[in-house]
Design a protein around this ligand. Structure first.
Ligand SMILES: C[S@@+](CC[C@H](N)C(=O)[O-])C[C@H]1O[C@@H](n2cnc3c(N)ncnc32)[C@H](O)[C@@H]1O
Length: 250
């Protein structure tokens, strides 16, 4: 059983991770980006007024880009020093392959009207080195966490603790989007193995329902190439952080 603390996260290779997952836009990621965009648009956030949080950003800019028009700043809270170094370079002027994901976001007016997303990400992003388990409470107005809680440990309790820490870092009423790989058996990056908890839709719902209001957990069928062992689809949980201990899902 690999715990989060057992892994050498500073040896994580962001370039290889990007090459495997994000060099071109996967159709399941396209669906994930579309659903996240539409949820944040529906949530009715005051444009550019909020403070956003993306946990475990690693080398994926899509969650931060999905929050960009809604936030005056976006904190990228990442644990691995190699990923922090990658973010510092990439956020300053991001690579062209992220344009495909921005194109999906920009089908919606709030994104299209933002101006130059490269300039706005560089201006609004705040990169912070820290652990999900050390997030401060009730600090951010909007949040994302993609492929982190289930992809940093094999211990179920650590998956649950990461979900709780993410939800607790957001203010009551804050909209969030959290993505999970369904049934992942772990993954390799540049020949190194990384752990996962094989979560199901019911496990994700159970981890979030008591902390949130209006929870939905959408399942995205596998589309295209299987990118991880065990992968049976993606899960996207959307809702708002509970004001009074959360409510039943709709
Ligand atoms: C599977 S990657 C996901 C990266 C990215 N969010 C994505 O959507 O592809 C898991 C990420 O969690 C980070 N991570 C590992 N342990 C962490 C911790 N304790 N707190 C925050 N992030 C952590 C890793 O460095 C890596 O960037």
């Amino acid at each position: 059983m690999h715990r989060n603390a057992d892994m050498d996260w500073d040896a994580f290779d962001p370039a290889q991770y990007v090459a495997h997952n994000y060099a071109s836009l996967r159709r399941d990621d396209q669906r994930l980006i579309t659903l996240t965009r539409d949820w944040f648009a529906f949530a009715g956030l005051p444009t550019a007024a909020a403070r956003g949080l993306d946990v475990g950003t690693g080398s994926n800019l899509y969650p931060a880009l999905a929050m960009l028009p809604h936030c005056r700043d976006v904190t990228l809270w990442e644990y691995s020093r190699s990923n922090i170094a990658w973010l510092e370079t990439e956020v300053a002027a991001y690579s062209r392959h992220w344009d495909a994901g921005w194109g999906v976001l920009a089908e919606s007016p709030g994104y299209r009207d933002l101006g130059d997303p490269r300039f706005e990400l560089a201006r609004r992003a705040r990169i912070v080195q820290g652990s999900v388990y050390g997030l401060p409470a009730a600090t951010w107005d909007l949040g994302t966490m993609f492929f982190v809680a289930e992809s940093i440990s094999q211990v179920f309790g650590e998956f649950r603790a990461a979900v709780t820490a993410f939800a607790s870092a957001l203010k009551p009423g804050a909209p969030f989007a959290a993505a999970f790989v369904e049934n992942s058996e772990g993954y390799a990056v540049a020949g190194k193995s990384y752990p996962a908890v094989a979560v199901t839709r019911a496990m994700v719902r159970d981890a979030l329902v008591g902390l949130t209001d209006g929870l939905t957990v959408e399942r995205i069928e596998p589309i295209g190439e299987k990118f991880r062992d065990g992968y049976t689809g993606l899960l996207l949980a959307c809702g708002r952080i509970g004001r009074e201990g959360g409510a039943e899902p709709c």
